[in-house]
Design a binder for this molecule. Sequence first.
Ligand SMILES: Cc1cc2nc3c(=O)[nH]c(=O)nc-3n(C[C@H](O)[C@H](O)[C@H](O)COP(=O)(O)OP(=O)(O)OC[C@H]3O[C@@H](n4cnc5c(N)ncnc54)[C@H](O)[C@@H]3O)c2cc1C
Length: 392
Amino acid sequence: MSNTTRTQVAIVGGGPAGLMLSHLLHNAGIESVVIDNRTVEQIETTHRAGILERDSVRLLVDSGVSDRVLTDGHEHEGISLRFGGVSHRIDFQKLAGASCWLYPQTEVFIDLHRARTRDGGDVRYGVSDAEVTGVTDTPIVRFTDADGARQEITADLVVGADGSRSICRGLVADAHQYFREYPFAWFGVMVQAPPSAPELIYTRAPEGFALISQRTDTVQRMYFQCDPGENPDDWSDDRIWDQLHTRLSGEDGFRLKDGPVLERTVLPFRSFVQSPMRHGKLLLAGDAAHTVPPTGAKGLNLALADVRVLADVLERAITKDDDAALDTYTDRALSRVWKAQHFSYWMTTMLHNVDGASDFDEQRQLGELETLVASEAGSTYLAEGYTGWPLH
Ligand SMILES: Cc1cc2nc3c(=O)[nH]c(=O)nc-3n(C[C@H](O)[C@H](O)[C@H](O)COP(=O)(O)OP(=O)(O)OC[C@H]3O[C@@H](n4cnc5c(N)ncnc54)[C@H](O)[C@@H]3O)c2cc1C
């Protein structure tokens, strides 16, 4: 029994959702234990999201995780929408009075990991064979720790923050799964080159979508639409740059700055929501409960928004014996999730080409983009959605 730990909240998954929740619970005086099957080094070196909404930045800073985002991150006051070979700036500050921040998920992890370490948090990395039982009664999480010893956590409540391949999701009885697949994927590259632009460029071209993002003065992140079946190893640097240059070219003479490709991956994407997000003493957060196509930069932000609500609900349930608070979680979280699902779907379908689309479909898509950039109301909708709706 020496391998048994007792805590108030057991959290499966130490991504942004799990670590931020553990931090917020600590601020509220509630104990938690987090487990993650990856090592710190694996998480720190896996490139994923890069854009934080205004309120995600506030959450990191105001909750005491770190204010490094304000010094090391880059405030972006807009994006460019590029189509017909011309860029159109969407000015977030002018339209929505808000910005977003370029701050990679790897940095968010480093900040959260440091904050949990600083505050004496119990986070077990590199675990394996995790299983969760007793979610309607006495939750128990069993796993093998990084040294190979079998461990057990007993808790009042358990949170599944274990990402898009969640083992916790399946424990929610009678759940409904909403699902949409797309006939394309993103080819993502990390390249060694100077920035080509100060802000993100979302491009719709006859050859397909492309996104130009930034990381540092010497390394950039770029994506282009591809077939989900593509093998990244079949793509030489020249072939990748050929696709990117073609999609970004235009009458304004814009040209990407190129260089060696450091990393290449194919990212399939889909829209997914599971409801409810709670069953008995188990609650889901982040990608474990929902995933969005990356086009709207919402996944990481939704994970942080979920746990902000969840921390409040858990605090009321634990410190005020208010179990009814748990019942409110799904509706409170999903109201934002469905807004983000629509926004991500809309950005995706507006900017990507679908095989077999007719010339009518293509002209209609261009008509939508023209309307959007010409209309202050249309551009404001994009600016508000991209920088994030206020957290209530
Ligand atoms: C390649 C890629 C690019 C992306 N780009 C963007 C983007 O540009 N913008 C954006 O907003 N979002 C993006 N996303 C989405 C974003 O990264 C996720 O939405 C975000 O990480 C969700 O956070 P999370 O904590 O819910 O899940 P995760 O970050 O996936 O964390 C879950 C954690 O649980 C752990 N885990 C899983 N199973 C177990 C288990 N059985 N036992 C123990 N631990 C377990 C995992 O190791 C992981 O660390 C991208 C995702 C990917 C994969």
